[in-house]
Ligand binder design. Sequence first.
Ligand code: HEM
Length: 404
Amino acid sequence: MTATPAPDILSPEFAADPYSSYRAMRDDFPLLWHEGMQSWIISRYEDLERAFKEPVFTTDNYDWQLEPVHGRTILQMSGREHSVRRALVAPAFRGNSLQDTFMPVIERNARLLVDGFRSRGTVDLVPEFARRFPVTVIADMLGLAPADHEKFEHWYTTVIAFLGNLSQDPEVAAAGLRTRDEFAAYLLPLIAQRRENPGTDLLSTLCVAEIDGTRMSDEDIKAFCSLLLAAGGETTDKAIASLFKNLLEHPEQLAAVREDRSLLPRAFAETLRFSPPVHMIMRQPAEDVELGGGVVPAGSTLTCLIGAANRDERRYANPDAFDLFREDLTAKTAFSAAADHLSFALGRHFCVGALLAVAEVEVGANQLLDAMPDLALAEGFRPSEQGVFTRGPAALPVTFTPVA
Ligand code: HEM
């Protein structure tokens, strides 16, 4: 019997500092039942690795977690249905398509935002860059009118709130469902137009994609685009903000990256490990499974704490230190399914947008560093993280000398 009480992931103490609770869970409660969430919780690296890789851990939990707001998406699918759907969408997010078609979109959107504050000498990087950049990139990739980007940002906020609604607030749930209807009313006519007159944008690519005679239905495309709002917006937003928080809090590492920009992927990989944008994802075992020293029953919900596993001292030396030079994290594979951090998950549902995320982070970070050569945290400001399901800095006010 352990004397210390089990940490409560819905408590204010946990929200303020999840990392000490994560350590207590890894050490003393590797398999924990949470009554309020009606979920089992795991926190050790080796247990999460199994939960992501072994097919017995299904993603059926997304039927209730995501389907009400997005419709049915690839996250819920398995087997051939999943592999065909994934093959239909994946090529748009890698290789030539990413480099030739979407890189200019990423660069343009970063520049537009940086131009808004480059002569000012101060900026809060969270609201003025990190939160806006990925969502405008996705809207622009899809070929949506710039005038609609604001609508997109609003939908994105309500969808994220719905997904992170661990305490089931009814107003948050209702706003998520309203967004589902508004998004469908907005996108379905555009899908019809693109089917008639396809262009080179992502929405057209999804309309014409075909694998083994299978094409995506209008509903499939709408659901996928809705998923992109959350999967590609919120996550990359937190990733960019956390990268800058980590570097600003470690000025010697910031100086090293500024000097040698080829260190950016290492800094990003370590940011993903140290401060993952998504702190938890869920799974639903199809059968009773032995895990974490107990048995997780078939059909139950299993919460996998990525934020805890990425700091497992059984896996990483000195895990609570941010160190882009650490040797137990391989930057080369950090953005592929062979990654040795868990922030993009592993296995069949490994993040389809990982390479897009790296492209956005690299372009964004390079442009920010160029525009702000002596970037530093605003005087007296100490950054703090916010969020339990997804997590990142709430604000990041900085000062800099504008480049003439
Ligand atoms: C740093 C940024 C990102 C992080 C940390 C992240 C994280 C994740 C995680 C943890 C999963 C697995 C979910 C699960 O297995 O339950 C996932 C899947 C996914 N991500 Fe990302 N993501 C990021 C960026 C993006 C971007 C930019 C896109 C946009 C294209 C994207 C699209 C997706 C999609 C479509 C899936 C579902 C894949 C499947 O089910 O096969 N993500 N992501």
